[in-house]
Design a protein. Structure first.
Length: 567
């Protein structure tokens, strides 16, 4: 529900209040189907400059719009777009009354039209004051120069609060499935809020709109109208909540959902924070999928090989060694009947004296040699059978391990979860040569986070870990962070000597330091930082304690980045 109408409506109100009057300095794309709009507050020299990034995804099935602290543009594989908007001022942000179409009005009579339908039709368009498309994010050649197609969807706001208007509108759908009728009457609701409305009114989903003569005294329809009015009030005063199902699926709503009361829930101050929370989970899930694909492929191949080998063993029809030994015994018991040169001999069956047994012979061998040949074959087959049984047990054990690994990796959704599973099954991975020995870094006793452009932040896990990080693993030119005035983890931003680190990277590292401190729940936290070479540990000082010089202090919000490398 990242682009559900009322989620977008609430986001637009937040963006309009936060960005009106700000300046667009750059627009670019460095991820497929995602546009980044760089915005700064060039308002007054007395106001500290603030830079933010509005990230918009129009990827089919994964639309979102999110306001973030400035995103660093990649040096390669990025392209500038919508140059006409550079240095334009944002004059307002609005949303269509009943459609997921956002309009950003900028100076010069231009408008950015953002259509977030979660389908291939989602797009970002630059339109002039005559409704002509100046540039299009997708299908640019096809759409540039054409007129903007008007949104045909219409909705009647009166039916929210006027019972008679609602009843009259519902009359047009007599005999139709009620759920479908409500979706057509309230296109902004979508299936989740329609289901919520019917649940609150105590109505079944397969109910039909009643006939006219039955409707006048309809308690159900009156209940619908009452709950509709109550929901409309809640929707106009959004209170963002993220519901998390048992399977880990996150659902964002701007109102409380009685249909999801049994789900785990998390409340947020702003819709933008709630959207970011869900995106963090999805990005980690996507990275987890990427991480497990090569493992799943190789494990699948190995499982196939083992199952084929076990099938071959099962289909084998080995000779019974006891029968061969019996032939040898019969030959020795009837040496007087056998001479060299015979190809076979028929002798009485020792188990059934009335029956006889025909024994094949090698005419080039003496009788005793033929008997020994049968004994040797029996010993060989017995040994082979024992080896086959041993190999079969080993293959079965290996198969069980691999299937457990396959199941665990398949069920794991996040990058951190996949890493944990791979560590748990490291012996199985080593057996498959999947442990990448020598290719990966040895596990570090710290939390490690990946930031943009290859930067890494290392965070201590305990007092001993803090000392180890600061005094053994941090280079003199690394930046060292710690929350001011409270206990917390030592945090190190790994850098190259003489490198000028982007300001937003410093803020992200400081946000991580604030998050792993006693002030995690504060809205703003002071964080001191300096180069590691200015951090001292005097003799006799407590474990995890240090002194520092030449520190700077910045105020940040405790926050983790979108992607954690490994815990």
């Amino acid at each position: 529900m990242l682009v559900q109408y009322y989620v977008l409506n609430a986001l637009v109100k937040e963006f309009d209040a936060a960005l009106r009057g700000f300046t667009i300095t750059e627009l670019y794309s460095q991820q497929k189907n995602e546009l980044v709009v760089v915005i700064t507050n060039h308002i007054s020299s007395n106001v500290p400059e603030e830079e933010m990034s509005l990230c918009i995804s129009v990827s089919p099935g994964f639309n979102y719009i999110l306001l973030r602290r400035a995103v660093t543009r990649a040096r390669k594989n990025s392209v500038s777009l919508f140059d006409n908007l550079n240095n334009s001022r944002i004059e307002g942000i609005a949303i269509h009354p009943c459609d997921r179409t956002l309009t950003v009005s900028v100076s010069g009579g231009l408008r950015i039209i953002i259509r977030l339908y979660n389908t291939a039709e989602s797009n970002i368009l630059l339109v002039d004051d005559t409704d002509r498309i100046v540039e299009s994010f997708k299908r640019n050649r096809e759409l540039t120069g054409t007129l903007l197609a008007a949104v045909e969807r219409r909705c009647d706001e009166k039916i929210f609060d006027d019972e008679s208007a609602f009843t009259e509108a519902l009359r047009q759908h007599t005999g139709q499935n009620l759920s479908r009728a409500l979706k057509e009457l309230f296109p902004q609701f979508g299936p989740v809020y329609v289901k919520e409305l019917m649940y609150r009114a105590g109505m079944l989903e397969d109910l039909k709109v009643e006939e006219e003569e039955q409707r006048a005294e309809s308690i159900e329809h009156r209940a619908l109208s009452i709950e509709l009015g109550a929901m409309s009030v809640e929707l106009r005063n959004p209170a963002p909540i993220v519901y998390i199902s048992e399977s880990g699926v996150a659902q964002l709503s701007v109102i409380k959902l009685k249909t999801m009361e049994h789900y785990e829930k998390k409340k947020f101050h702003t819709i933008n924070e709630a959207v970011e929370e869900i995106l963090v989970g999805r990005f980690r899930s996507r990275r987890g999928q990427t991480e497990k694909q090569p493992v799943m492929k190789k494990v699948g191949i190995e499982i196939g090989k083992i199952e084929k080998a076990l099938g071959s063993i099962k289909n084998q029809k080995p000779t019974d060694p006891a029968a061969l030994e019996y032939y040898g015994q019969l030959i020795l018991s009837h040496l007087d009947r056998i001479t060299k040169g015979m190809k076979s001999v028929e002798v009485p069956d020792l188990h059934k004296p009335t029956d006889t047994v025909i024994i094949p012979l090698d005419p080039a061998l003496a009788p005793v040699q033929n008997a020994e040949k049968y004994f040797q074959r029996a010993r060989k087959i017995t040994k082979e059978r024992e080896e086959t049984e041993r190999r079969s047990r080993q293959l079965a054990q290996r198969l069980a391990i691999l299937k457990e690994l396959e199941k665990s990796v398949l069920e794991s959704e996040t990058f951190t979860g996949v890493k944990s599973i791979l560590e748990e099954h490291k012996d199985a991975l080593r057996m498959l040569n999947l442990d990448q020995k020598g290719k990966e870094k040895s596990p570090l006793p710290f939390r490690v986070f990946s930031l943009e452009h290859g930067y890494e932040v290392w965070v201590g896990k305990s007092s001993a870990s803090n000392d180890l990080l600061t005094m053994k693993h941090a280079a003199p030119h690394d930046l060292w962070f710690h929350v001011r005035g409270a206990s917390g983890s030592h945090t190190v931003l790994k850098m190259k000597k003489g490198e000028n680190v982007p300001r937003e990277i410093v803020y992200q590292a400081a946000g991580i330091a604030a998050y792993y401190s006693k002030m995690r729940n504060a809205s703003t936290v002071p964080v001191a930082y300096c180069e590691r070479k200015y951090v001292r540990k005097p003799k006799g000082i407590a474990r995890g304690a240090v002194t520092l010089e030449r520190e700077k202090v910045i105020f940040v919000k405790p926050k983790l980045p979108l992607v954690e490398s490994y815990p």
